[in-house]
Design a protein around this ligand. Structure first.
Ligand SMILES: [Zn+2]
Length: 450
């Protein structure tokens, strides 16, 4: 199948930052065969032409931190502290999940990702990786799956395992799912947090990741309590301790990374550690990550949404807006974290952070045919003086017109093409209610408390 996307403003996000005002992108099966001016595009052998006149053609957006399996928990963790969120809401929820729950949760989450222009995600780690893989294979998204591991600390007994068993399970998941779904799915090991991971687990995870040629997905320095815990139990703050263990490197995706000293910011830069910044989750409960300080030091920053119970919107477009906004307000400097940097955080830089830049993140001949087409023709996004600024500061999900992964159309005409969205919505509501009841999660009666 050869598709020609013709006539749009093509923003390549490639190394030369090329933009074509009236451009074309030709997709031959799962690869990009042409990027350039529309009048230079090959005309022969095209099976289908998508008229992109007046639209913006982007590399598919990349969400660097999601929790597919937490999606049925949207609304169970609002307005509480992080430790209440974790101990009384999320752990009971996650430890009560079945394979089927995880499958439906992943589909629901995946549909929201597709509708927000996302073609690739990095999962932080649920319990049923096979269920996530099944859902993603069906839906057609690209992504990195993970199972987050815990070998010590407080937590549900079913989720804490001996160190060796944690590592053996990770190896097994890599053997089974890394490179599956025609190469769309990869597997990384994930370490939950320093509250639940021993030094031995970090070290063995590092060894496994290096051996398998994959990355590590880890929540790092999320709240002051965590940094204090690290100081008490390890004698140093989280990032400094991970540095002393020798696990920080380009394949260590450090998520949130909010509570850092200046010296720790320098460590990230020196080690080439990529950071996944999740502004909405940060504003809810974590605090301001020093993204301007990271960018100044050349730290690679990608954007993520986190999970539905810690953000509620798995909407990378909202995250772009927030990332472009909150640091300006905090620093009282409108020049920090500019729009072009934010757009890179969901395309080129995100691909690098996920160690996948040879195939995704920019529109280059030979790379994967992952495309997001934006229709700016709404009252919320026009007029278009500076398209990059509008993508970051004005775009909404209603502007996402077409989403393509590996040359396969996942979203078109406001309809998800690969799964029955209505059926997933109905199933998700029923399962979510059952799951929360089974987990014994008690939510406050807000009306009574008013
Ligand atoms: Zn997370």
């Amino acid at each position: 199948m050869t598709i020609c996307i013709r006539g749009g403003l093509v923003v390549t996000m490639d190394a030369e930052h090329r933009v074509f005002a009236e451009g074309a992108v030709v997709l031959e099966d799962d690869r990009i065969a042409y990027v350039g001016p529309a009048d230079g595009a090959p005309a022969a052998g095209i099976d289908r032409t998508i008229d992109a006149k007046g639209k913006i053609v982007l590399p598919g957006l990349i969400n660097s931190h999601v929790h597919l399996s937490q999606h049925l928990g949207r609304g169970i963790g609002d307005d509480v502290s992080l430790l209440t969120w974790l101990h009384e809401r999320i752990w009971p929820y996650e430890s009560s999940m079945t394979y089927e729950d995880s499958y439906v949760s992943s589909l629901l989450c995946g549909i929201e990702l597709v509708r927000t222009g996302v073609t690739c995600f990095a999962e932080a780690g649920g319990q049923h990786v096979a269920a996530m893989a099944e859902a993603m294979e069906e839906l057609g998204l690209r992504g990195i799956l993970a199972r987050s591991i815990m070998d010590e600390g407080e937590g549900p007994a079913s989720m804490i395992e001996p160190t060796d068993q944690c590592i053996a399970r990770q190896q097994d998941l890599i053997d089974r799912f890394h490179g599956s779904a025609e190469g769309r799915l990869r597997v990384w090991p994930a370490c939950r947090t320093i509250f639940n991971c021993s030094d031995a687990l970090y070290l063995q995870t590092k060894e496994l990741a290096d051996r398998a040629g994959v990355g590590i997905h880890a929540h790092v320095a999320e709240i002051p309590d965590e940094v204090e815990f690290s100081r008490q139990t390890r004698g140093d703050t989280t990032v400094a301790h991970l540095e002393s263990l020798g696990v920080l490197a380009e394949n260590f995706l450090s998520v949130h990374t909010v509570w850092l000293t200046e010296a720790e910011l320098d460590i990230l830069a020196t080690r080439g550690v990529p950071v996944s910044h999740n502004p909405a989750a940060a504003m809810r409960v974590l605090g301001f990550a020093d993204i301007p300080g990271m960018l100044e030091r050349g730290v690679l920053v990608a954007l993520g949404t986190d999970g539905a119970p810690s953000n509620n919107r798995m909407n990378l477009i909202s995250e772009m807006y927030l990332a472009g906004l909150i640091h300006k307000g905090r620093k009282l400097d409108p020049q920090v974290v500019p729009a072009e940097a934010v757009l890179a955080m969901v395309t080129r830089d995100a691909a690098k952070a996920l160690l996948w830049e040879d195939e995704i993140g920019s529109l280059d001949v030979g790379t994967r045919a992952d495309i997001t087409i934006v229709n700016p023709r709404t009252a919320g996004m026009l007029p278009l003086h500076d398209p990059v600024a509008n993508l970051v500061y004005a775009m909404d999900t209603t502007n996402i017109s077409t989403v393509i992964v590996d040359g396969r159309i996942l979203l078109e005409d406001d309809t998800v093409q690969t799964v029955d969205e209505e059926a997933v919505l109905a199933e998700a509501q029923a399962r979510a209610a059952e799951l929360v009841q089974r987990a014994g999660i008690r939510l406050p009666d807000r009306f009574r408390s008013l």
